[in-house]
Write a protein that binds this ligand. Structure first.
Ligand SMILES: Cc1ncc(COP(=O)(O)O)c(C=O)c1O
Length: 470
């Protein structure tokens, strides 16, 4: 067992996983080369001084060591996703003339085009004027639904807390919710094990069901986030029962991870159209995955052109649609740069979530997703079991952040949420959950939802403080 603060020197890291600290490397490079490499490392100060050799507490360090191959697999996916992002930038001929100028039509068009290509959509609107993910999802739902339309059907159990008032599950009348406009709501409950209830879904569509809402990430529910394959299967089932039913995927926390087939497109003569297996719209926030931790605000809606335009008309005004949205040059630059960085930042967040699962489950806490199972978003939930532990966890995370470390987070009421919620967001962008953060509603089973992070090593350090505190 390694001890924290031990003064024993460790071997310089040369990719020798499993080598005992201080052991002589045992690969077959000629001795001359090995010693030349050591000398160079020392000259460049790459060899960690003894007191820095073990920056993490032993439990965290052991978990990080054991996750080497999972981290490598994440890196591969990051490289794959980065290739896709780069191609989209190149195809849209992004130059400083569009990425850094304020408020230019060319800039907006290029950003929409890049985003649409990345997510495989016919069209997209990416704007600072979306207040949040909830706002973007609301614009998408209102794009589809009209007064008197019978049903919005939530396919994966209850939707995220802030959508309750949008749909009208809570406070239905007088505030412009869908129910206020006469749009009814039903939901397909989850199966006992927290997965989609395929039997129930196969008989749930009615001819008048106008829209199905699929929430990819778990939100504040204790359930698995959905894989792309599950979402595709759900869309197939929905469209088979009612081809006219429009599908909206709440893609919060799923973007820039595994997703490309969520929106399928096929080329026909001079035109794009979607196969019946694709979602019609996806929507989410830019201070989650696709903002790459540096977009300061905003959201997106992407999918079929006709419906993106309808969502844009809801955001701005009928007749204005996509053709507006003043954005300062610095923000435009952050949108482009954030989108470029997003695969890497999402990869780091996923590594952080693998580490949290490993460490917290070894301490006996229930975690969702389980350690080492494939991930479908950047969220890692940990069931803490009581209010005090949830508060202590969030306080430890806040104390360990770069911003507001002196602040003690307190649970309180927040617009859009029925429960009291606690947030630990020591982030540069206020409220950003692509940066390292955690939060949770003060209700049974007192789960904390962890997400984000620009580098997994920050989670490794934070976990040390968490383990000391709960
Ligand atoms: C699944 C899901 N949908 C929607 C939202 C709402 O996003 P926002 O907080 O940006 O409004 C969240 C927020 O965490 C979420 O987890």
């Amino acid at each position: 067992m390694r001890r924290r603060g031990s003064s024993r020197a460790a071997a310089p890291s040369l990719g020798l996983r499993g080598a005992a600290p201080g052991a002589t490397p045992s690969f077959s490079l000629p001795r001359r080369l090995v010693s030349a490499r050591f000398t160079k490392l020392q000259a460049l100060s790459c060899a960690p001084p003894a007191q820095l050799a073990r920056p993490f507490v032993p439990e965290v360090e052991a978990a990080a060591d054991s996750l080497h191959s999972e981290f490598r697999a994440v890196d591969n996916l990051v490289a794959h996703n980065t290739t896709r992002v780069l191609r989209a930038f190149q195809n849209a001929r992004v130059g400083s003339h569009v990425s850094q100028q304020p408020c230019r039509r060319g800039g907006r068009e290029a950003l929409d085009k890049v985003f649409a290509e990345i997510v495989g959509a016919e069209s997209a609107i990416v704007r600072s004027q979306f207040f949040s993910g909830t706002h973007a999802i609301t614009c998408a739902l209102f794009a589809f639904l009209r007064p008197g339309d019978e049903v919005t059907l939530a396919v994966a159990g209850a939707p995220y807390d802030t959508l309750e008032e949008v749909i009208g599950i809570r406070n239905p009348f007088g505030n412009g919710s869908l129910r206020d406009f006469g749009v009814e709501y039903r939901q397909v409950h989850l199966a006992e094990d927290g997965s989609l209830d395929w039997d129930a879904l196969s008989g749930s569509l009615r001819p008048q069901t106008k829209c199905a809402l699929i929430q990819r990430s778990c939100g504040y529910s204790w359930r698995r986030s959905l894989s792309v394959a599950e979402i595709e299967r759900a869309i197939r089932m929905i469209k088979m029962q009612n081809p006219d039913c429009l599908v909206m995927v709440d893609n919060c926390y799923g973007n820039l991870w595994k997703q490309w087939s969520l929106l399928r497109r096929k080329m026909t003569v001079g035109d794009w159209f979607f196969s019946s297996q694709g979602a019609d719209l996806i929507a989410g926030s830019l201070i989650k995955n696709p903002g790459g931790t540096i977009a300061p605000c905003g959201g997106y809606v992407a999918g079929r052109k006709r419906w993106v335009e309808a969502a844009a008309a809801r955001l701005s005004a009928p007749g204005l649609g996509l053709d507006c949205g003043s954005t300062p040059g610095g923000v435009m630059r952050a949108f482009f740069q954030g989108l470029f960085l997003a695969p890497q930042m999402v990869g780091e967040a996923v590594k952080g979530s693998l580490l949290i699962a490993e460490v917290m489950s070894s301490r006996g806490f229930k975690v969702q997703p389980a350690p080492r199972v494939p991930r479908h978003d950047t969220v890692q939930a940990v069931q803490l079991g009581d209010r005090e532990r949830l508060l202590a966890f969030c306080e430890a995370v806040q104390r360990s952040g770069p911003v507001g470390s002196f602040i003690k987070p307190v649970a309180g009421s927040t617009a859009g949420y029925a429960s009291e919620v606690i947030f630990a967001h020591g982030t540069f962008i206020d409220g950003s959950t692509s940066e390292l953060s955690c939060d949770g509603p003060l209700r049974d089973p007192f789960a904390v939802f962890c997400q984000g992070g620009t580098h997994w090593t920050q989670w490794a350090l934070v976990l040390g403080e968490v383990l000391n505190s709960i």
